[in-house]
Design a protein around this ligand. Structure first.
Ligand SMILES: Nc1nc2c(ncn2[C@@H]2O[C@H](COP(=O)(O)OP(=O)(O)OP(=O)(O)O)[C@@H](O)[C@H]2O)c(=O)[nH]1
Ligand SMILES: [Mg+2]
Length: 223
């Protein structure tokens, strides 16, 4: 058992070192980096598509996608004219900072304002891995049940932003939004919670506004 802990600590220490380099580069470039985390199918790629449709005319965007198999998500973003690179983990349930660093070198993206990293669909493993992001975002769709923040507390405590997705489906499902708000507020009193639907467009303006505000704040802190 102690050996297992030691190996895990060494993996996380190596990850921290790589994340620090990534963060330094993003800082020098003035790029806002967002790490999107959720269970499979909560709507990460669909939110990114809506974000690109809203912001790409005024901001430069690139996307790193993480999945265990297929290029599908990167292809969806490329179809919108956005540079996107797919990391295939071959089974691993999260991305790590060294993979992101290698992907950025391979992809050789132009300088961008916003870099999104869509993590592998999983609410647990990605939580422990810093990818050099400015902040983590956790997505929870209204079809997943309102008990999830307390069942998966680490990610809801760590994510600066919780995005409720698929709000257009609220009339058709049992999902107590107030219960989610209470859980998230108790796990993460400083966190923001946004309610969105990529289908109807509800809340997408708020989400994009939050990204623009954080980008402006990051850049004004550098000057
Ligand atoms: N009704 C509705 N469906 C949505 C919405 N957003 C996403 N979906 C649907 O949910 C399904 C999964 O969406 P994705 O964006 O692929 O989910 P994901 O989190 O990227 O999935 P993985 O990458 O596999 O983890 C698709 O069928 C989407 O069309 C929404 O706002 N409303
Ligand atoms: Mg996806």
């Amino acid at each position: 058992m102690p050996e297992t802990i030691d190996v895990k600590q060494r993996i996380l220490a190596a990850n921290e070192a790589a994340a620090k380099l990534l963060r330094g580069r993003a800082e020098a470039n003035g790029t806002l980096v967002t790490n999107l985390i959720s269970s499979p199918g909560s709507g990460k790629t669909t939110l990114l598509e809506a974000t690109v449709r809203t912001l790409a005319s005024r901001l430069r965007v690139a996307v790193i996608e993480g999945d265990i198999a297929t290029e599908r998500d990167a292809e969806r973003l490329r179809a919108l004219g956005v540079p996107a690179h797919q990391i295939l983990t071959g089974g691993a349930c999260h991305l790590d900072a060294r993979q992101v660093d290698a992907a950025l070198q391979l992809a050789a993206f132009p300088l961008v304002d916003l870099l999104f990293i869509e993590n592998v669909g999983n609410l647990i493993c990605p939580t422990s891995y810093d990818l050099g992001e400015d902040f983590k975002v956790v997505l929870l769709s209204v079809t997943e049940g309102e008990d999830k923040p307390f069942k998966y507390p680490a990610i809801f405590a760590k994510a600066a932003v919780t995005v409720i997705t698929k709000s257009d489906l609220l009339p058709h499902v049992t999902f107590d939004l107030d219960a989610v708000r209470r859980q998230v507020a108790s796990l993460n009193p400083d966190g923001r919670l946004l309610v969105t639907s990529a289908r109807s467009g509800d809340g997408i303006g708020d989400w994009c506004g939050l990204l623009e505000e954080r980008l402006a704040a990051k850049r004004s802190a550098r000057t």
